[in-house]
Structures are given as structure tokens and as C-alpha cells.
Design a protein around this ligand. Structure first.
Ligand code: S3P
Length: 446
């Protein structure tokens, strides 16, 4: 396997106007829902990253005609809810938990069996959280010990609807159950304990499918749909991914002299925790040109350097910023004072254990970062000079977060195993260099 190593010189400031690639979550869903819709779905702004391409190839392997991507454009000839065909081989989901968990929901309703595999990281990620509800609905799923991939899913054309309360705030599990619910007999209800991204619900409604969401209390929501309807294909314009923009929001916030405009960023309210948390830390972020694209709010985000301060991160914001903590830890390292994160144990089961891996990486560059069971305590603004080698554990967001960390570091940073940056952010290095970071990507064999 090729090892891509990043070497980043310290310092710099960010200026200019950029647009980051398309939203990963929406790109996955555009292929999945476009494939099981009736009619032709035309997608623009599709993320041409390895994760969303894994989803695209999986549906091609199930007989769906998909053209592209060509510069973010994808045309999907939907086959309808019942039109998928058994693939002739196991479907490899690569690094992508979203592909495996959402696709499991769709496969649960098929009258064929199918195997889902993944890379070394995905093969360690918990799937019991989708196996449990899908088994209750009538699918038969075999896995490795403790519910780890690969998964062998024997679907059932007679799925039963369920009432399911998610044991954790997870959009992937919610979406998995809702997608299986499309195939089930009766009304499926999913209760989420705290708001998580709602792209599945929005896109289903955009495709003419009735989905109800009702608030149960300050945090919990119940999402309801009835099986057996039809999805009507339509155009999808994918906004830029706020989770990718987040690296540049933090970079411009911590590098003195920065003034950066990030265009066309998706600002779905279930994803904007990064903006709320950075503002609580004193960041200077303004939204310009706010409008709506295909049912999703979008704006340009202007970021100017500001002196950040450490904060206690409100737990209610954790699910709304769940993918942004690696880079938020970098913001906390640059801030004056102590930042405390709690209630974020889900970070331990992402592409890597993001609590331990980020604590190790920050300590390696001289930051006082103490991991806790469900979060981290970071004493910012007091870095000890040292030249450091970072192990990213093949986690794209660790590599990109530690690239941003170089802006306030006192010595160059080297990061190993950065090839997976391509899962969510193709072109990251070129874009970073175009606005003022100093990154070299080297190829080395392992
Ligand atoms: C995602 C949901 C989140 C997130 C992931 C994408 C989605 O995962 O971390 O990157 O597209 O639904 P969880 O549902 O496990 O929190």
C-alpha cells in the first residue's frame, strides 16, 4: 500500500476565496435514493472522493445505470424500490461507515443476499447498532465477532415496520432504519435522543416521499414514514461540505492576518455546530449570500483571524459537530485557556479513535492535551517547540486537522498515512497551498 506523507512548514496566513468539494453525506444519499427512485436523477456538485465513489460502484454492481462523475455531475437511472439486482461479488465499502450502514438498510428489504466488506479501519467499526434494528425488522445478518464487518445480509421482501429508539445519537443508524422502513409493511418510527443530520429525511421529502419529524422534548425527535410508497427522481445540487470547510474555518481563525471566503457551504442546522463552537471561542465568522439549494441552506462563510479563548463545549452541540472535533481540538490548542469536551464518546468509534489519536498527535507537537473517556481537556496557547512525526492511523480528518495545526506550530510537522484524505477531500493539498499553507505531499512505500 502506498504511504502518502505530508510535510508542513510552520506558520503562514490564509487569504483568498475558495470552494471545497461537495458534501459527503448528501453525495452518498443522492446515489442511494436516486437508484431506488423512479426516473432519472441528475446530481451536480457530487463529491468525487473514495467514500462516495464506493457507494456509486455498489449500486452499479446492483444493476443501476449510473453515468459519471464528470466534474461533479452524475446521472442515475433509477430502478425503483424493487429494481435492484443481486451483485455478482461482495460489495467493498472501503473506508466508509456511511456506505455500509445506510446500504445495510436498503439491503434488508431485498429478496437476495449480499456481502459488505471494508478496509482495515471499517472492519473495526461497530455494526451491531444496525444489525439489531434490521434483525428486529426481519433481515438475517451474519457478522464477525461482536458485530464487526464483513456483513452478510439476507434481505426479506416481508420486512416488518418497527418503533425504534436509537441507543446513541447517530444519523447513520437513523437513516439505516428509515431506508429499511421504505420496504417494510406498516409505519416505521425512529426516535433520536438528540438532533443528528437530517439529509435523509430532507432528500426523501424532495423525492416526494412523506416523512414526518416531530419534536418530543428539547432534544429528542421522532421521525415517521410508511413503507411501500414511491420515490420520484429529481435534480440534486450538492452544496460544499461544511465538514471539509471546517479545516479552513479553523485555519483562518488561528493564523494571524487571515481573511478567507469559503463559498457555497452547506449550512443545514444539524451540521452547524462547528460555527457555534468557534463563535463561542471568539472566532470571527460571518455568513454572506445566504440562500437555499434543493432544500438545504447554503451560504458563503467569511473567516477572519481572531484571538480564540478556551471554553467548555456545550454537550448539546456535540452531535452537530461530530466530524469536526479533530480540527476543533486544533483550535483549542491555539486558544488562550482551557477547553473541555465531554459527552463525545462516539469519537472513539469513528475512522480511528479520534480522542486517543488526536491526544497523541497534539502531545507530539507539544500541546497539553489530556484524553478522557468521553472527550478531551486541552490547555491552549502554550506549545513546547519540537519537530514531530504524527501517525494519522489512516484517518483523513486526523491528517487534515494536523496539517492545520502547523499554522501555530513552532517546527515542521510530518504526518504519515495521508492517502485517505482522498476519501472526503480530493485536492486538499493543492487547495491548502493555494491559500497560504505550506504542505508537500510525498509518496513513500510502506
Ligand atoms: C454521517 C453520520 C455521522 C458522521 C459521518 C456521516 C452520515 O456518523 O460521523 O461522517 O452521513 O449520516 P454517525 O451517524 O455514526 O454519528
Amino acid at each position: 500500500m502506498k504511504n502518502i506523507r505530508f510535510i508542513i512548514q510552520p506558520g503562514g496566513s490564509l487569504t483568498g476565496t475558495i470552494r471545497v468539494p461537495g458534501d459527503k453525506s448528501i453525495s452518498h444519499r443522492s446515489i442511494m435514493l436516486g437508484s431506488i427512485a423512479e426516473g432519472t436523477t441528475s446530481v451536480t456538485g457530487f463529491l468525487e472522493g473514495d467514500d462516495s465513489l464506493a457507494t456509486l460502484k455498489a449500486f452499479q454492481a446492483m444493476g443501476v445505470k449510473i453515468d459519471g462523475p464528470h466534474q461533479g455531475k452524475v446521472i442515475i437511472e433509477g430502478v425503483g424500490l424493487k429494481g435492484l439486482k443481486a451483485p455478482s461479488h461482495a460489495l467493498n465499502m472501503g473506508n466508509s461507515g456511511t456506505s455500509m450502514r445506510l446500504l445495510s438498510g436498503i439491503l434488508a428489504g431485498q429478496d437476495f443476499s449480499c456481502e459488505l466488506t471494508g478496509d482495515a479501519s471499517l472492519s473495526k467499526r461497530p455494526m451491531k447498532r444496525v444489525i439489531d434494528p434490521l434483525t428486529q425488522m426481519g433481515a438475517t445478518i451474519a457478522s464477525e465477532d461482536k458485530g464487526l464487518p464483513p456483513l452478510k445480509i439476507q434481505g426479506s421482501p416481508k420486512l416488518k415496520a418497527i418503533d425504534y429508539t436509537l441507543p446513541m445519537a447517530s444519523a447513520q443508524v437513523k437513516s439505516c432504519v428509515l431506508l429499511a422502513g421504505l420496504y417494510a409493511d406498516g409505519v416505521t418510527r425512529v426516535i433520536e435522543p438528540a438532533p443528528t443530520r437530517d439529509h435523509t429525511e430532507r432528500m426523501l421529502r424532495g423525492f416526494g416521499y412523506e416523512v414526518q419529524s416531530e419534536a418530543l422534548d428539547k432534544l429528542a425527535t421522532r421521525v415517521t414514514l410508511k413503507g411501500g410508497g414511491k420515490l420520484k427522481a429529481g435534480p440534486i445540487d450538492v452544496p460544499s461540505d461544511i465538514s471539509s470547510a471546517a479545516f479552513y474555518m479553523v485555519a483562518a481563525s488561528i493564523a494571524p492576518g487571515s481573511d478567507l471566503l469559503i463559498q457555497h457551504v452547506g449550512l443545514n442546522p444539524t451540521r452547524t455546530g462547528i460555527i457555534d463552537i468557534l463563535r463561542l471561542m471568539g472566532a470571527d465568522l460571518t455568513l454572506e449570500n445566504e440562500h437555499e439549494v434543493g432544500g438545504e441552506p447554503v451560504a458563503d462563510v467569511r473567516v477572519r483571524y481572531a484571538k480564540l479563548k478556551g471554553i467548555q463545549i456545550p454537550e448539546a452541540l456535540v452531535p452537530l459537530a461530530i466530524d469536526e472535533f479533530p480540527v476543533l481540538f486544533v483550535a483549542a490548542s491555539a486558544a488562550e485557556g482551557t477547553t473541555v469536551l465531554t459527552g463525545a464518546e462516539e469519537l472513539r468509534v469513528k475512522e480511528s479513535d479520534r480522542i486517543q489519536v488526536m491526544a497523541d498527535a497534539l502531545q507530539a507537537i507539544g500541546v497539553d492535551a489530556q484524553p478522557t473517556e468521553d472527550g478531551m481537556i486541552i490547555k491552549g496557547g502554550q506549545q513546547v517547540p519540537q519537530k514531530s512525526k504524527i501517525i494519522s492511523h489512516h484517518d483523513h480528518r486526523i491528517s487534515m486537522a494536523m496539517t492545520v495545526a502547523a499554522l501555530t506550530a513552532v517546527a515542521p510537522i510530518e504526518i504519515e498515512d495521508c492517502a485517505n484524505v482522498n476519501t472526503s477531500f480530493p485536492g486538499f493539498v493543492e487547495l491548502a497551498n493555494s491559500v497560504g499553507l505550506k504542505v508537500v505531499a510525498q509518496e513513500a512505500s510502506e
